[in-house]
Design a protein around this ligand. Structure first.
Ligand SMILES: [Zn+2]
Length: 253
């Protein structure tokens, strides 16, 4: 199977990559939807859907920030894995242009990828709910870790991270771009996503219906497994092999 993956990548002109929470579990971040994941573990009696819903946030932002302190504002504690660094190497080699991700943990950037399209937004910036002024992650992290709701320096309004909450739309232009890129790709590599939520569930089909091939590397089953040309389960093992393959292709890099 790994040999057929390398053959597929070698013969492809245009490879797209789409990543989900599974690529971050190798960095110690609990998979959002897997066993013990952030989405399945309730926090102080609240589900993650509640904690990440816009109306709960507006009612009491301290609930979100209390929960997010354990992960989103400790991002410096997590290091990129071989998946992140190998994808960066593939980008440097011109095999991929960048990575589309559902993740909000910045690990692709830390791993060296220059082009990361974050379809669920990014905590890198925060927006004031009242006056729309922006603040950076570094501006707010101190307050959050000190158990305070970060407030706007201009007007005192509540700051919300620019990640997509339930009740908010994904960014339309970015999604359009993703569909265009997937539709024109020979190969789409789906990594660490269970493909159960939109748009993850439909983006690979854009490649498939235009004659491209689907590669899925994910530890759990996905609804698109039957469409996959190459189906692998172990991300660590797959990327260890891809990493050596890249090193052999380009000795010295
Ligand atoms: Zn403000």
């Amino acid at each position: 199977m790994l040999e057929s993956l390398i053959q597929l990548l070698q013969g492809a002109k245009h490879i797209e990559v789409f990543t989900g929470a599974g690529v971050s579990t190798l960095s110690g971040i609990r998979d959002f939807r897997g066993t013990g994941g952030f989405y399945t573990a309730a926090w102080h009696g609240l589900s993650v859907e509640d904690l990440l819903s816009l109306h709960v946030f507006r009612d009491d932002p301290s609930l979100f920030y209390g929960w997010a302190r354990e992960f989103l504002y400790r991002l410096k504690d997590f290091k990129p894995s071989i998946v992140h660094t190998t994808l960066a190497k593939m980008e440097q080699n011109g095999l991929i242009r960048g990575v589309y991700t559902q993740n909000i943990d910045q690990l692709h950037q830390k791993g060296g990828c220059k082009h990361v399209w974050e379809i669920h937004g990014s905590p890198e910036s925060h927006t004031c709910l009242s006056c729309k002024a922006k603040s950076s992650y570094d501006d707010v992290v101190g307050d959050v870790m000190a158990n305070k709701v970060p407030l706007c320096k201009t007007c005192g309004g509540v700051l919300k991270p620019d990640i997509v909450f339930y009740g908010e739309q994904l960014e339309g232009k970015l999604l359009d771009r993703a569909y265009r890129d997937m539709a024109s790709a020979d190969v789409i590599m789906i990594l660490g996503s269970s493909l159960t939520v939109q748009p993850a569930a439909s983006l690979p089909m854009a490649t498939y219906y235009h004659g491209g091939k689907i590669v899925i590397v994910n530890s759990q089953e996905t609804p698109l497994d039957k469409y996959a040309k190459v189906r692998l389960y172990d991300l660590q093992e797959t990327f260890a092999v891809l990493n050596s393959w890249l090193d052999q292709r380009n000795p010295g890099i």
